[in-house]
Design a protein around this ligand. Structure first.
Ligand code: G16
Length: 543
């Protein structure tokens, strides 16, 4: 077949280094950008096959999100804007790791297994973040698509959630929105402005937000969006990429893990601030109090704020819809306790990775999912959306019900349901705070986080660590869980777990306890256990 000849020819331009094996991680392939040319070309091929078999547009996003500038990676987007389905992660791994001479056989194997009709058209949307390697790597994706005779649309610089949104718009024939950046801004900002009309007496000060753009794509895009906000939100942008390095001492991951403000940002006491990550699919909020103490409002606090708001609206609207919050093992114990025992909502815990949370959230009428690192969104079932719409259009309703139904309708429209989206989440949070007349301090006071600490340990092969129970317990290497259990017993209100990262070459350690000193000590002691029992490399972790 002519396509296969073209694949053979083009793959020579993006050769695989012999012997290199890469695993499909938490959100796709991710490593140093120098090792990714062949991966990108092959993911272009895979996306084309996926498009042929689903008869829909597929997305490929070139980004390494929170990782350092020198890394890059790829995220694959399925027809409704969700992460690619697990069976295709397996194909992605097979294709990525086939030696050069075995590539055609690996490709034909997928075609056969999925009975793909190769004369079916294929469409692939491609986007990239601001990394210096992204232009070259997204070209490799485009080469892969064209080698198999697929059509592509290159969106150029977009946030990851924008690309997810475009794919969903395209495959719903515009029902979800218009598949352009302009369409995205219009939909979200119109909903935000409608929501903001319900905020009474909002001063200019309350409409102000400081945003840390992580020196990445989110900074460019929030600037692009500003004119659509019609002064309902005043943004001061820091780390806009004009000087600093991507994610370096800034961005949502840095702020969450280090529990301190980003470099390059001027923070006045009490002022509301937020940070995006490198591809703008995560957001965390924070402020500094009058004594200069830093307060972080992470994904758990975001989930609590949003679910409280939605629950109140459901009651006001008289709608009986089942709402749940989905978290991971990283969720602060206080947040889970508050959600379950005070708010009385259903709480689920899944493995790390939005694909897992997204899937679990789909089981409810309204599924609010957030990882503690700020990655999350809200999903509404089709039936829930229809009920809200019917109510919003019912002219015989009394005021309070009507207002609640309209608020719910605009809330649905401001949310990017395809995946976690820093810009969309920010607009929703800002609207909720304005409507409720709530300061960031009042939001923070809903519950008090248990002190916690996250650390990273380098080991020779992080795959020696295997976990169970949504990553809360280690089943290998032998003795590790027992060691963690006995360390945890030394502290009050303590909990700890370890898991191999799927985006960085490290083992992550999480600990929480009654005091910050205890959380720090426990995290350190667990790091030492990992280092000794799981093949630590380099020097022993220091306190
Ligand atoms: C990705 C995933 C997130 C995950 C994070 C860290 O985020 O999309 O779900 O929490 O990696 O994963 P790990 O702990 O396995 O390294 P991002 O924003 O980096 O794409």
């Amino acid at each position: 077949m002519a396509e296969f000849q073209e694949v053979s020819k083009q793959s020579g331009v993006h050769p695989k280094p012999a012997g290199l094996v890469l695993q499909y991680g938490t959100a796709g392939f991710r490593t140093n950008a120098e090792q990714l040319g062949h991966i990108m070309f092959r993911m272009g091929l895979l996306a084309t096959l996926r498009s042929k078999t689903t008869k829909a547009t597929i997305g490929v996003m070139v980004t390494a999100s929170h990782n350092p500038e020198e890394d890059n990676g790829v995220k694959l987007v399925d027809p409704m804007g969700e992460m690619v389905t697990p069976t295709w992660e397996v194909y992605a791994t097979q294709l990525a790791n086939a030696e050069q001479e075995d590539l055609l056989a690996a490709l034909k194997d997928i075609i056969e297994k999925e009975s793909i009709n190769m004369s079916q058209e294929a469409n692939v949307f491609v986007g990239k973040d601001t990394r210096s390697s992204s232009a070259r790597l997204s070209q490799a994706v485009l080469d892969g698509v064209s080698a198999l005779g697929g059509q592509s649309k290159d969106y150029g610089l977009v946030t990851t959630p924008q690309l997810h949104y475009m794919v969903c718009c395209q495959n719903t024939q515009g029902k979800y929105g218009e598949a352009t950046a302009e369409g995205y801004y219009k939909k979200l900002c119109q909903a935000f402005i409608q929501l903001s009309k319900n905020a009474s007496n909002c001063t200019d000060d309350q409409k102000h937000l400081s945003v840390d753009g992580a020196n990445g794509i989110g900074a460019l895009k929030v600037r692009e969006m500003e004119s659509h906000l019609k002064k309902e939100l005043h943004i001061t942008l820091f780390n806009d990429g004009s000087e600093g390095k991507l994610n370096h001492q800034c961005g949502a991951d840095f702020v969450k893990v280090q529990q301190k403000p980003p470099a390059g940002m001027k923070i006045n006491p009490g002022e509301r601030c937020c940070s995006y990550d490198g591809d703008a699919d995560r957001i965390v909020y924070y402020y500094s109090d009058s004594e200069g103490i830093f307060h972080l409002l992470d994904g758990d606090k975001v989930a609590t704020l949003i679910s409280t708001f939605l629950k109140e609206l459901l009651t006001q609207a008289g709608l009986d819809l089942k709402i749940a919050v989905v978290q991971t093992a990283y969720a602060n114990g206080s947040s889970t306790n508050y959600l379950e025992n005070t708010m009385k909502v259903i709480v689920r815990c899944t493995k790390t990775g939005v694909k897992h949370l997204h899937h679990a959230a789909q089981e409810f009428d309204i599924g609010v999912y957030f990882e503690a690192n700020g990655h999350g969104t809200v999903l509404f079932s089709k039936a829930a959306e229809e009920k809200v719409q019917q109510l919003a259009e019912n002219s015989s309703l009394i005021d309070e019900k009507k207002r609640a139904a309209l608020l719910l309708q605009n809330t649905i429209n401001v949310i990017n349901q395809t995946v976690g989206d820093a810009i969309s989440d920010m607009l929703l949070i800002e609207a909720i705070l304005a409507i409720k007349g709530m300061t960031i301090q009042q939001w923070d006071a809903i519950y008090t986080d248990l002190p916690n600490r996250q650390l990273k340990v380098k080991v020779s092969d992080r795959r020696v660590i295997d976990t169970t129970d949504a990553e809360r317990r280690a089943v290998s290497p032998a003795g590790l869980q027992e060691a963690i259990d006995s360390l945890v017993k030394k502290y009050r209100q303590a909990r700890s777990f370890v898991r191999p990262s799927g985006t960085e070459d490290v083992v992550r350690v999480y600990a929480e306890a009654e005091t910050q000193d205890s959380a720090d000590d426990l995290a350190h002691e667990v790091s030492l256990a990992v280092y000794h029992l799981a093949g630590g490399v380099g020097s022993e972790p220091k306190p």
